[in-house]
Design a binder for this molecule. Structure first.
Ligand SMILES: Cc1cc2nc3c(=O)[nH]c(=O)nc-3n(C[C@H](O)[C@H](O)[C@H](O)COP(=O)(O)OP(=O)(O)OC[C@H]3O[C@@H](n4cnc5c(N)ncnc54)[C@H](O)[C@@H]3O)c2cc1C
Ligand code: SF4
Length: 326
């Protein structure tokens, strides 16, 4: 690890000022420190935000929940309001990492964790995300974990977060603070697709930090999180699905679906949701939803299996949430 300066922020303004002059935020450190040890990231200055007042939960005026950026993944999964009204979020968090990691990992850090592409971590190989313009070793290389949707010729990496997939299905909004003040970014628009600039991963502007995530008021729904992975714990998703589905009078009144392991961002396809809404749930309908979701899917060789896997996982997940309504 290379030497770096360390600064502990006492106030949010202090943190924003440090980030605005190029400092990198450290929260739980569970991703950043690994990357620094491998010299994939070599920030000259760290600003530690862990003493800031961002560990709380607040009920919002519209009946939703505001989650501070420093709430740990363990506390978020265990929060009574989350378990009761947003169980898909609890399930997704508990499907990720390990107990020790969840005790340190934070809400803001989880949203901003970097891809688990092997080549991104291996400085001996070309990677456009680590070193813009260098090329992409995963294309034509070992790409079993890589994207089948929304990838580009510059990068085929996936986003690794389970939490963000559930938050996507819950239509979360990210609250950020920067030199220009505060603003809110719907999670749907927060993470970017790789395009020609895979090193620019989010819509955060220079100097901005995440201060909270807002969940809207809960809807009448059944919720589930299904994660398919190489072993039953302590592994990132090959395919994961967060489903938040409401049924009224035997028809699908509202469907919110988000997918992990398939794309550079937690993937949501409003056209698939629109296809389901208003319809009577049948296996034929689920098949059509999978057709639409995967119409543009493209494998890279080793990850071709993700296309049929995503199809089967979507159909099984929809059958599960519909059954719960029966
Ligand atoms: C062995 C292992 C297994 C794992 N398994 C899983 C898994 O199965 N599923 C899963 O979802 N995750 C998994 N993780 C990832 C883990 O969830 C993340 O490392 C963690 O959520 C990151 O949070 P953190 O607070 O430690 O972030 P840090 O490491 O402190 O920071 C991560 C990034 O976010 C930035 N950052 C942090 N907070 C803010 C903020 N408030 N505003 C702006 N920028 C900020 C930092 O600058 C840094 O770039 C695993 C990690 C490990 C090490
Ligand atoms: S897929 Fe993206 S992260 Fe992986 S090597 Fe290619 S450019 Fe780098």
């Amino acid at each position: 690890m290379r030497p770096f300066d360390y600064h502990r922020a006492d106030t949010r303004q202090d943190a924003v000022a440090a980030v605005s002059t190029g400092a990198t935020i450290i929260a739980g450190g569970t991703n950043l420190l690994d990357l620094m040890k491998l010299e994939v990231m070599a920030p000259p200055t760290l600003v530690d935000i862990t003493r800031l007042e961002m560990r709380g939960f607040t009920e919002t005026e519209d009946g939703g929940l505001r989650i501070g950026a420093l709430v740990t993944n363990a506390d978020l999964a265990a929060h009574p309001r989350v378990r009761k009204d947003y169980p898909v979020l609890s399930m997704a968090l508990l499907a990720g990492a390990s107990g020790q990691l969840r005790n340190k990992a934070t809400t803001g850090g989880n949203l901003l964790q970097r891809t688990r592409c092997y080549y991104f971590y291996d400085k001996a190989t070309p990677c456009n995300k680590r070193d813009p313009g260098a090329g992409c070793a995963a294309i034509g290389g070992a790409n079993r974990m890589h994207a089948i949707l929304g990838a580009s010729r510059s990068c085929i990496a996936t986003h690794p977060s389970d939490m963000a997939v559930a938050m996507q299905a819950l239509e979360a909004v990210v609250e950020v603070e920067g030199p220009e003040g505060s603003r809110q970014i719907p999670l749907l628009a927060f993470h970017r697709l790789p395009g020609d600039t895979p090193h620019i991963e989010t819509e955060l502007k220079a100097g901005e930090m995440i201060v909270a995530v807002r969940l809207p008021a809960p809807t009448r729904s059944n919720q589930t999180y299904r994660k398919v992975r190489d072993r039953s714990s302590y592994a990132f998703a090959l395919v994961s699905i967060a489903a938040v589905v409401g049924i009224e009078n035997g028809r699908i009144a509202r469907a919110r679906l988000a997918f992990g392991g398939l794309a550079h961002k937690p993937w949501r396809d409003p056209a698939v949701e629109a296809l389901l809404e208003g319809e009577v749930p049948t296996s034929r309908l689920f098949e059509k939803a999978a057709d639409l979701l995967l119409a543009e899917a493209e494998g890279q060789g080793e990850n071709d299996f993700k296309i049929p896997l995503a199809r089967r996982t979507l159909k099984a997940t929809l059958a599960e949430v519909m059954d719960e309504h029966a």
